[in-house]
Design a protein around this ligand. Structure first.
Ligand SMILES: *Cc1c(COP(=O)(O)O)cnc(C)c1O
Length: 366
């Protein structure tokens, strides 16, 4: 790594007042050995509802078995990975640790997942918006405009969602790398790969050896079907991971969730998850083709995620017809550039058939 892109330059991106901040020193902070643990005011007895007593003690802040399993899954080293309460928590930690309120901006590319803007607002960080461009191949990031706006607006964080929610497209890795080079020493480029499992494109984690100012968000909430367990990961330079850990809650991941996640990362469970992902991908192709033939459908965007963005001639009627059939989809009509669009999550084959039947105007008229 050269000086421009290494850990030292990266730590310069952290808020000055947080450099050297150690965070809360919990009972778990001290590496002591013993047999009788009377240092954390825990109960010596298990709760009657807690069979096995796994929840009696405070959890390890970053459980090694989970961290190692996630690192294996994502192809990084455990020291590069921070586990938290969903990737939502990692987004919030990044904004809080890097952005001085009223000064350091967060750049987003709307229409896009709303949590980046929410975290920026809560931190008092200026928000820079560089809209996606709606082209023949779908919505795409305007890389030149992003780089220029980030430089001019003093962005500390640039969030790229890839595959993007709700528009479905991926940001080419070469573009991520070029942006990271251009913004080295100025900003961290965060690639949110919440839907990475559904895409053919390799993870931006593969770029991190050359670009310390790239961080990647992953989650077990979507492809791994564990949204309620709230297990998200940030993969980043180990020096940045240490800074964020100091800013995080003392015990961020509950033991029952850790146990569930570790079980979900066994070879057998992962093989079954992969089969489900393949099924979603084939249903995505089928649904996209079928939707495109329906009369009221104006455009179905290509998608690398587990959802389709669809424009309708009469989006309100489509939404209502789906609702009348008991199918709830995500209304995008209040979103700039998406005034006629709905986002439809890929369901089971039966559920997808229900979507198609509800939307088929010819059937409704008959
Ligand atoms: C769903 C989603 C997340 C949130 O994931 P959690 O790990 O459940 O917090 C993050 N980013 C995008 C783009 C999402 O769609």
């Amino acid at each position: 790594m050269n000086g421009d892109t290494g850990s030292d330059a990266l730590l310069d991106l952290v808020r000055e007042d947080l450099r050297g901040f150690g965070g809360y020193a919990s009972a778990r902070t001290y590496d002591l050995k013993g047999e009788v643990w009377l240092n954390a005011n825990e109960s010596p007895w298990a709760n009657p509802a807690d069979a096995g007593g796994a929840s009696r003690r405070y959890p390890d802040p970053q459980p090694p078995a989970l961290r190692e399993a996630l690192a294996r899954l994502y192809g990084c080293r455990p020291g590069q990975l921070l586990v938290g309460r969903g990737s939502d928590e990692a987004i919030d930690l990044l904004v809080r640790a890097l952005c001085v309120p009223g000064r350091d901006a967060v750049l987003v590319t709307p229409p896009v997942f709303g949590m980046y803007a929410v975290s920026a607002r809560l931190q008092g960080a200026p928000l820079l918006e560089v809209p996606l461009v709606d082209g023949d191949a779908g919505f795409a990031v305007d890389l030149g405009a992003v780089a220029a706006a980030a430089e001019q607006g003093g962005a500390k964080l640039v969030f790229l969602c890839s595959p993007s929610n709700p528009t479905g497209g991926s940001v080419p890795l070469a573009d991520v790398a070029a942006l990271a080079s251009r913004l080295a020493g100025r900003a961290l480029v965060v690639v949110d790969e919440a839907y990475g499992e559904f895409s053919d494109q390799p993870s931006a984690i593969t770029l991190m050896a050359r670009h310390a100012n790239i961080a990647v968000l992953r989650t077990l909430s979507k492809a791994h079907a564990l949204a309620a367990a709230r297990i998200g990961s940030l993969v980043a330079d180990p020096a940045l991971v240490r800074v964020l850990r100091a800013c995080q809650a003392p015990y961020p991941v509950p033991t029952p969730c850790v146990e569930l996640a570790v079980a979900a990362l066994s070879d057998e469970a992962l093989a079954r998850t992969s089969a489900r992902v393949a099924q979603v991908r084939s249903e995505r192709a089928r649904l996209r083709q079928a939707l495109a033939t329906l009369p009221g459908v104006v455009r179905v965007y290509p998608s690398d995620g587990n959802y389709l963005l669809v424009r309708f001639g009469d989006p309100g009627a489509a939404f209502d017809r789906l609702l009348a059939a008991g199918v709830v989809v995500r209304d995008q009509r209040a979103v700039a550039q998406l005034g006629d669009a709905l986002r439809i999550t890929i369901g089971t084959p039966d559920q997808n058939d229900r979507v198609l039947a509800a939307l088929d105007a010819r059937e409704a008229a008959a």
